[in-house]
Design a protein around this ligand. Structure first.
Ligand SMILES: N[C@@H](Cc1ccccc1)C(=O)O
Length: 509
């Protein structure tokens, strides 16, 4: 007969005459108790083994019981203390007996009640008369405590005084513990099998079609799984940490009452710059940091709304209002029609402000976008050629710098960022303007996290907006760095990403 290894070991360790506890077999065979029990039940199914269960009761001293087992029971101490020096049958002061007996605190109470219960003498109006014939040695409670105190502290169930044991349990000196003991005995069939010879079946790691069709699977032993063994890490797909950050930002902004705006990545300079009251000779406009388009390089004249073009041109030349200044410099519509990858997402704000204004814009309004902006920067730990800008604006009557700062404080707090600083700045399209800085949690350095301000009338009037508008562009990557402690943005996106970082980065906000 072929059987799994553990079953063979159990059969060999079992006997036909004496029931053997499973624990003992485990110890002899070096198997786990669980494995031996499992094998025993399988062998029982095969009829080779009988498994019996019985409850075993064990007694042990409690902490208090242990003290009395060594120092004597309090009532015994009282009895000894109550023995008068002179005449054995004379009562003595109770206080004296307690003192002699070395009894203190709650032991006094315990001694008195048990002294009375066991009839060790009489206590009467402050005096105690011990019964000199009381047999301390013969006290069954004491005998039990002493057995349990010993090295082989096992009570022999046949010999033990049941009442005394029950009393000790009630007194909390002895604790009872019950356990189930499983024992195995070889059946006649088992004995026969052993005599005929039992072999260990080979171990199989995987079920194969052959094993199944041949029926051999019934004979073989399947290898056990070691669920604790190291396994190769499998990296499942997950959304990019920056994407998760962006989703979180969206949730926060929507929670703050903002609606999302979308718009073109490639746009006319008109929307990227001119509508923002950026002078056409502004360095950033023909600077190398702008990604111009080769084909098509411009859009047709018909693609820009003529009224808007006229109003923007007038603002550039002469400013707005009766005291308007403007730039008094030439303004060329062809220049405004040049196409480029947007260097900021403020073109979206412009388009939305202009479009909404046409539809009779009523404050308050709140809009945001989290979209890519493109700049021909020099790559370093904090700059990429493209980045995600968190653009946003609020239109309302009478906005102040306080509103702007309050909005940022509320926004960054959601990401646990409380140390933000504002630095006065200059943008052609906002007045006042502020750059925002945050402290990097790892390096402690202040890093720029955004730019903001209140749009100038020179920008808003041509768009047809009458209320105040505060606006900003924040870098998602910089927020990410502050929130996660990432030190180099190139680890996070671009061509040099650190896959390990991204795999292991749990973005917790
Ligand atoms: N466009 C600005 C951000 C900004 C938007 C709106 C108002 C003020 C500032 C930038 O890219 O830095």
């Amino acid at each position: 007969m072929k059987l799994p290894e553990t079953q063979v070991a159990v059969l060999e360790a079992a006997s036909a005459d004496d029931p053997t506890p499973v624990e003992q077999i485990a110890e002899e065979t070096g198997e786990q108790v669980q494995a031996v029990a499992g094998a025993a039940f399988e062998l029982e199914d095969e009829g080779l083994l009988a498994v019996t269960e019985r409850t075993e009761t064990e007694y042990a001293l409690s902490e208090e019981g242990e003290t009395y087992a060594y120092d004597g029971l309090p009532e015994h101490s009282l009895w000894v203390g109550g023995l008068s020096n002179d005449a054995v049958d004379e009562p003595i002061e109770l206080g004296q007996a307690i003192g002699h007996g070395g009894l203190e605190d709650e032991a006094v109470e315990i001694a008195l009640s048990n002294f009375a219960r066991k009839g060790m003498g009489t206590i009467d109006s402050g005096t105690i008369q011990v019964d000199p014939d009381f047999d301390l040695e013969g006290d069954a409670e004491r005998a039990i405590l002493e057995v349990l105190r010993g090295e082989e502290g096992e009570l022999d169930p046949g010999e033990v005084d049941e009442d005394a044991l029950a009393s000790l349990e009630r007194r909390g000196l002895v604790e009872r513990e019950e356990s189930t003991v499983r024992e195995v005995t070889l059946t006649d069939e088992g004995v026969t099998a052993m005599m005929e010879g039992v072999e260990v079946a080979e171990t199989v790691g995987q079920v194969t079609p052959e094993l199944l069709t041949s029926g051999e699977w019934e004979e073989v032993e399947f290898a056990e799984y070691n669920v604790q063994a190291d396994a190769e890490t499998v990296h499942g797909g997950k959304s990019h940490a920056l994407r998760e950050m962006s989703e979180r930002v969206k949730d926060v902004l929507v929670g703050m009452g903002f609606e999302e705006m979308q718009g073109p990545h490639v746009d006319a300079d008109f929307y990227i710059n001119d509508c923002l009251f950026m002078p056409q000779d502004h360095p950033a406009r023909n600077h190398w940091d702008r990604f111009a388009l080769e084909e098509p390089a411009t859009i047709g004249r018909e693609n820009l709304p003529p009224d808007l073009v006229d109003r923007v041109e007038a603002a550039h030349r002469d400013g707005v209002g009766p005291d308007g200044e403007g730039y008094h410099s030439p303004w060329d519509e062809d220049f405004a029609r040049a196409l480029a990858l947007r260097g900021h997402t403020t073109n979206l704000s412009v388009r939305h402000l202009a479009g909404l204004a046409e539809g009779d814009l009523e404050p308050p309004q709140r809009y945001f976008s989290i979209e890519k902006a493109y700049r021909n920067d020099t790559l370093d730990a904090t700059h990429l050629l493209e980045f995600f800008q968190i653009e946003g604006w609020v239109m309302a009557e009478d906005l102040s710098v306080r509103d702007l700062m309050g909005t940022f404080t509320e926004f960054y707090e959601q990401f646990g960022i409380t140390d933000i600083q504002f630095k006065p700045h200059y943008n052609p399209y906002t007045e006042p303007s502020f750059e925002l800085f945050g402290r990097h949690p790892e390096t402690g350095e202040l890093i720029e996290i955004g730019n903001s301000g209140i749009f100038r009338p020179e920008m808003l009037e041509p768009l047809g907006v009458e209320a105040d508008v505060m606006a900003w562009g924040l870098a998602l990557e910089r927020l990410f760095m502050l929130a996660t402690g990432a030190e180099d943005i190139r680890d996070v996106h671009g061509t040099l990403v650190d896959l390990d970082f991204l795999r292991n980065e749990e973005v917790v906000y």
